[in-house]
Design a protein around this ligand. Structure first.
Ligand code: GDD
Ligand code: MN
Length: 375
């Protein structure tokens, strides 16, 4: 036993690591080397490592990182295959580290790496649990943002306040440091959707955290492009829903249900069109409307609800067929339960609604298993 301890100690060649910097990357090949250079300069005097988490960049980022990390022990990489998502990437990188303090910074040089030592010291020396870079405090600014983006950021920030257990001036910030055990404590409750890992962290933490805030100016991107798209807003709403009603119902069920309601409108529109414009017999018109509505529901759920397991190409068509089958069974369940309730209570509305609910829940559960099975 003693022998083992001694052996292990003699294997330590360098001072222990103090800080791990997690860097999510998606097509950032032009930014990796300048970032590492800046990190090296900013973090002089701190024992640090960097863990890059790459989600299948196609511009040579992972190849470049492989070459760099073969020469520089401070640099490591996690390559995720068939996965997407800034928050989950950051969490996986952080969980791969064993340093007492973990920092997160974007790869694209828009975050000011020169405040990293302050963030680190706020935790390592001053006893804080979380230290964030903020654009909304003294010394901070949003840089060259236009009025539109500013407004959206402010709105998102105010929407966040009910779910934050810790007051933060900039919960949307992607530049922060956290004590490792604090992250581990929150990890089981993280929603892991979308972009807003810091907000997720303070909402998932079981208690308020001791925080330091340090101002910084958000820079302008020099190389590569932003990955922020229309989905970011939707993912943000998903995060807020998951942190509020998520304890009671899965957010995916809410999305599935909302799309289902739209599907009913599509059904009625198609039915009306088929009857009045095409002059079809009711049974044909109804059949057409059913197929149309199912296709609509499939396409929207594939695009939004199951974006994380989105089916493309041939898989899209296979998924559509399986969705038709799932929904056909759902229709049987719907009619069966509806008839049972009708026999018992004789109320057509109650019977209709009960059938619809059971059928929809079946569709949700079964399509989650079959159509959008986790790979
Ligand atoms: N691994 C991985 N997977 N990395 C990603 C993904 C992904 O799906 N999406 C984006 N990234 C990486 C980018 O390569 C970049 O290094 C960083 O995450 C930020 O992405 P940007 O697309 O540049 O985001 P942004 O500049 O609009 O927003 C950033 O800054 C805001 C302010 O701090 C993000 O960090 C936001 O979360 C933050 O609010
Ligand atoms: Mn950016």
């Amino acid at each position: 036993m003693l022998q083992q301890t001694v052996d292990r100690r003699s294997a330590v060649h360098e001072a222990p690591l103090e800080l791990c910097v997690v860097v999510p990357t998606l097509n950032e090949v032009g930014n990796v080397e300048p970032l590492l250079e800046k990190l090296g300069a900013a973090l002089a005097g701190i024992e640090w490592e960097a863990i890059f988490v790459d989600d299948g960049s196609t511009d040579g980022t992972p190849e470049l990182l492989t070459t760099i990390s073969q020469a520089d022990r401070r640099v490591r990489m996690i390559r995720r295959v068939g996965r997407r998502g800034l928050s989950s990437a950051v969490v996986e990188g952080a969980l791969a580290s064993t340093t007492p303090v973990i920092a997160v910074i974007d790869a694209d040089l828009q975050h000011d790496e020169s405040i990293l030592p302050d963030l680190f010291r706020a935790i390592a020396r001053d006893g804080k649990e979380l230290a964030i870079g903020t654009r909304y405090r003294a010394g901070g600014s949003t840089g060259e943002w236009d009025a539109g983006r500013l407004k959206i950021s402010r709105l998102a920030t105010s929407l966040a306040s009910p779910i934050m257990k810790t007051r933060l001036s900039d919960p949307m910030s992607g530049l922060f440091a956290v004590r490792r055990d604090v992250l581990l404590e929150a990890a089981p409750n993280l929603s892991n959707v979308g972009y807003k890992i810091l907000l997720d962290l303070v909402a998932s933490s079981p208690r308020p955290l001791a925080v330091a805030e340090i101002g910084y100016t958000f820079g302008t991107r020099q190389s590569g492009t932003s990955k922020l798209d229309g989905m970011v807003a939707l993912e943000y709403i998903e995060l807020l829903l998951d942190k509020t009603i998520g304890r009671f119902v899965p957010v995916k069920l809410v999305q599935f249900g909302a799309i289902g309601v739209l599907g009913v409108a599509v059904h009625l529109t198609l039915l009306d069109g088929a009857l009045s414009l095409l002059g079809l017999a009711f049974s044909y018109a109804q059949a057409m409307a059913v197929v149309g509505a199912m296709t609509f529901n499939f396409a929207l759920n594939n695009r939004f609800t199951y974006r994380d397991r989105q089916l493309k190409g041939a898989a899209w068509f296979r998924g559509l067929i399986s969705f038709y089958l799932v929904c056909s069974l759902g229709a049987f369940a719907n009619v069966g339960i509806g008839s049972l309730v009708y026999e018992q209570f004789h109320g057509w509305a109650l019977a209709g609604i009960s059938g619809a609910i059971v059928g929809s829940v079946w569709n949700y559960v079964a399509s989650g298993w079959i159509t959008w099975a986790r790979r």
